[in-house]
Write a protein that binds this ligand. Structure first.
Ligand code: ZN
Length: 94
């Protein structure tokens, strides 16, 4: 399909910058416009079974290469064995 190589200007879903992309090489994420999240993500960022309604209204949104790189670095850090997860504690009232 020749259409895959036509450059489109889109807005990155993550950082809201406009960037040129072609359908052949862009990464799209599917977003439920009602929640602003992928249909298989809860508002807490946890995985969940997407509802048919969420899947039906979800639309693909482009993500720019910079954000993909950042996401990859973030994931690499999360997977790093050097990372120590400290227990998160809430400061007391007052
Ligand atoms: Zn971006």
């Amino acid at each position: 399909m020749e259409d895959d190589h036509i450059t489109t200007i889109g807005t990155c879903f993550a950082c809201k910058r406009t960037f040129p992309y072609t359908a052949a090489n862009v990464t799209m994420i599917t977003i439920d416009p009602e929640t602003g999240l992928p249909p298989d993500r809860s508002v807490l960022g946890t995985q969940r079974e997407p509802t048919p309604e969420a899947l039906a209204r979800a639309v693909p949104e482009p993500v720019c290469p910079d954000c993909l790189t950042r996401a990859r670095q973030f994931r690499d850090r999360m997977n790093s064995p050097a990372l120590r997860l400290e227990p998160w504690h809430r400061p007391g009232p007052g």
